[in-house]
Ligand binder design. Sequence first.
Ligand code: UD1
Length: 350
Amino acid sequence: MASSEQHILVTGGAGFIGTHCSLQLLQEGYKVSMIDNFHNSVMEAVDSVKELAGPKLAEKLQFHKADLRKIDELEKVFSQNKYDAVIHFGALKAVAESMQHPFRYFENNLIGTINLYQVMSKYNVKKMVFSSSATVYGQPEKIPCVENYPYMPMNPYGRSKVYCEEMGKDIQKADPEWRIISLRYFNPVGAHKSSKLGEDPKGIPNNLMPYLHQVAVGRLPELNVYGHDYPTKDGSAVRDYIHVMDLADGHIAALKKLFTAQDIGFTAYNLGTGQGTSVLEMVAAFEKASGKKIPVKLSPRRPGDATAVYAATDKAQKELGWKPKYGIEEMCRDQWNWAKNNPMGYQKKA
Ligand code: UD1
């Protein structure tokens, strides 16, 4: 349990991972302040966190509508509370959009992070868990991806994550009081088992699981399987899917390390299961969990996609004492539970 005095600021708190992680933080005894600008999220998601936390824990949750690009809005949040650490999720994350609008990505992800580092420094809050991504590895020469592999991002989104990591390293070198843990997520999927929290992207989803969700509930006609000629077991691309609740646990483990270990400096950890699953295997698992037939169209490869990416998990297991609990079956079960109870996401009546 956390000391009841520990207050965590969560940027992007209303988003997919932000909500699951904030709930977990409250349940672990932390106070939580969320920041979000609702670019890709809604207030209903915050209300769901409060509902699941229950009235007593919900009192420990604050919400601030603020945009990380506006340093005065950020200052206002920091001037109201004393934070012990920050978990920084708030960023744009669509690969294709980043290729069409690189400025949008650099402005949001870089300026937002620079502002945050600056204000944290000013208010003497020097502990950060940074939301990074397996995208920093690009198409690795060897798999599983090990944390010390060179950066090889393939798009502006990926580059923005690399720059933020590099920035963190420099800031920490200049001021050794900083402790920064960068968590490189593989493919976060699934939902809270209550079906009251889940992923709800605005517009047509880019990612596989929300797309499957929308096909299964009839919002989209079929799934395009991007690529069936990859040199993999069934020709479709292979990824390392990880349950969002395991990811949330990974953040708690990282936070605990920030508060206890002296020698962190800047350290990166993969958060994945180490298991590769192909797109077609994922479709089959989702069909099994939902009992629905998913119409599939075998389509050309999506530009910029890697053949196979999965994590080396030893470092996180050893140094964070964290291990994922859920497999593909539970990920699909919880994703379907969220989908069937919330076919339109948080917009219940739409
Ligand atoms: C992407 C990002 C990653 C980010 C993650 C979650 C890259 C290259 N990818 O991962 O950084 O963390 O999203 O936001 O940087 N697929 C289909 N049909 C679809 C959608 C996807 O077949 O409609 C396939 C893709 O080709 C891929 C797999 O499903 O092989 C997973 O795709 P997706 O969920 O978009 O995640 P990634 O591209 O792996």
